[in-house]
Design a protein around this ligand. Structure first.
Ligand code: NAI
Ligand code: MG
Length: 501
């Protein structure tokens, strides 16, 4: 029985959801894959199967695109009164709120993460995203253009712009924040009147599929949101190359991001990309270490380091180096490692065997390149994909662990002596997603922030996200901004209208 092994206090709805195979949401109905194939989604705490899921592939993507196209061209959604669309989206947010505990449990079982944090952060931000986006349909508007056509001075023109949905959108999301990434993608698409084919990550399909049930209950018309679980190289590739998809929104690895941009180029799809990072956390000599040390620890260890904006390169001035490293080592020693369903466990398993092997490989590479392993460095337990919170100290810019995204609970600590070098050290990466500065000096803040090439700069905090704050990358961390008003631009076309009176 699939649910064996889960605590008795698991929500009855969660238990029921994982007690039978899950399917594809196609045009408002739950269907098997055209091929009849399924894949298993695993619990990272044990490596055991939770349940099987329909394995969507090219044929299923094609059907989903047809449904989304029909829903876009004919359905009530893009033509529904904006006020009505808002009500339906608010209903979805209400349903998410009512089912927040279930969503958090599914997230914890499927991804491995702490259930209480999933409820307070992932699911709450997902609800906030849908609610914030629900406010937009009545506020998306074009503008009136004061034309003065130079070669027709005697004619009278009336010019204006219309904001129109971009159309059928393919959305491919990762496994690190499955429900939240679904909400970040679906929210602006729904607010603007687009229709969607969402492909969740093969590691973590469950919360998106549960969200699909809520989408049906909320009264979003059939075909507006289609959810096709499946693998990246099959379903994901078919979606990003499909000629009848107008836009692709992707969050995931830079490697796959590049493949998708190329696939999308043939039909000139609009593309937005939220890719990886190697975000610096910079402790300045005047920092308040009571805030900076726990802050730097949570910048990397939150979500086991599987966060695109994780503060994975820590810069510490010589003057504070020993104190900071000792403080971080002490902090890691207090972090309880264990299953995410127990909220006391602050370090939970990585998502998969593949990620576990990858992260352990990076730790070995760090050792070989001469990094000093001050804390952690090994596996925890002998079941599941647990990696100890790890401090690699005295690292330098040449090391692979400093240059590449590890996506695990591994912090690379670098020392520096001269503050005037710090922006160039921080920017010494192909990525540019986030950065944090830890200081009490407003002069430092004002001087350093403009020099940092990153989509978000935090001061005395890290990984803080809010639905009004645009999020996205400079450089190879991608393009386009999600959240906030900016995110709507990714899903809108502007039509200029010129009327000669
Ligand atoms: P990935 O980029 O392969 O997976 C993300 C999504 O892309 C999944 O839904 C996957 O099915 C899909 N995908 C994979 N290949 C595809 C293709 N050819 N065409 C279309 N879609 C495709 O990431 P993966 O392999 O799970 O993780 C590898 C590394 O990527 C991680 O170690 C981490 O460094 C980075 N990553 C970054 C994330 C972020 O939030 N920026 C999220 C996940 C991974
Ligand atoms: Mg899973």
């Amino acid at each position: 029985m699939a649910t064996t092994g889960y605590p008795g206090n698991l929500n009855a709805k969660t238990r029921e959801f994982i007690s039978s195979p899950r399917k594809i949401l196609l045009n408002g109905h739950w269907v098997d894959a055209a091929s009849g194939k399924t894949f298993d989604t695993l619990d990272p705490a044990t490596g055991k199967v939770i349940i099987s899921v329909a394995e969507g592939d090219r044929e299923d993507i094609d059907r989903a695109v047809k449904a989304a196209r029909a829903a876009f061209e004919d359905s009530p959604w893009s033509r529904m009164q904006p006020g009505q669309r808002e009500k339906v989206m608010h209903r979805l947010a209400d349903l998410m709120e009512e089912n927040a505990d279930v969503l958090a449990e599914l997230e914890s079982i499927d991804n491995g993460k702490n259930v209480a944090i999933a409820r307070a952060v992932d699911i709450q931000l997902a609800i906030d995203t849908i609610r914030y986006m629900a406010g937009w349909p009545t506020k998306i508007m074009g503008s009136i253009l004061p034309l003065s056509v130079p070669y027709a001075p005697d004619a009278k023109f009336f010019g204006y712009t219309l904001k129109e949905p971009v159309g059928v959108v393919g959305q491919i999301i990762p496994w690190n924040f499955p429900a939240l990434m679904a909400a970040w993608k679906l929210g602006p698409a729904l607010a603007t009147g687009c229709t969607v084919i969402l492909k969740p990550a093969e590691e973590t399909p469950l919360s998106a599929l549960y969200l699909g049930e809520l989408i049906c209950q909320a009264g979003i018309p059939d075909g507006v949101v289609n959810i096709v679980p499946g693998y990246g190289h099959t379903a994901g590739a078919a979606l990003s190359a499909h000629p009848d998809v107008d836009k692709i929104a992707f969050t995931g690895s830079g490697e796959v991001g590049k493949i998708i941009v190329k696939a999308a180029a043939d039909t000139m799809k609009k593309v937005s990309m939220e890719l990886g990072g190697k975000s610096p956390a910079i402790i300045l000599p005047d920092a308040d270490l009571d805030i900076a040390i726990p802050g730097a620890a949570s910048a990397i260890f939150f979500n086991q380091g599987q966060t695109c904006c994780a503060g994975s390169r820590l810069f510490v001035p010589d003057s504070l180096y020993d104190q900071v490293v000792d403080g971080l080592a002490a902090a890691t020693a207090t972090m309880k490692i264990g299953v995410g369903l127990n909220p006391e466990n602050m370090i939970n398993p990585l998502v998969s065997q593949i990620q576990f092997d990858r992260v352990m490989g990076y730790i070995d590479s760090g050792r070989r390149e001469g990094a000093e392993v001050v804390a952690g460095g090994g596996r925890s337990g002998n079941e599941g994909y647990f990696v100890e919170p790890t401090l690699l100290c005295n690292t330098n810019r040449e090391m692979k662990v400093v240059r590449e995204e590890i996506f695990g609970p591994v912090l690379c600590v670098q020392r520096y002596s001269d503050v005037s070098d710090i922006a160039s050290f921080a920017n010494d990466t192909v990525y540019g997603l986030g950065a944090s500065i830890w200081t009490r000096d407003v002069g430092n803040i004002i001087n350093i922030i403009p020099k940092i090439k990153a989509g978000t700069v935090w001061v005395n905090c890290h990984n803080i996200l809010d639905v009004v704050m645009p999020f996205g990358g400079y450089k190879q961390s991608g393009f386009g901004r999600e959240l906030g008003k900016e995110s709507l631009d990714l899903y809108l076309e502007t039509k200029s209208v010129c009327i000669m009176a």
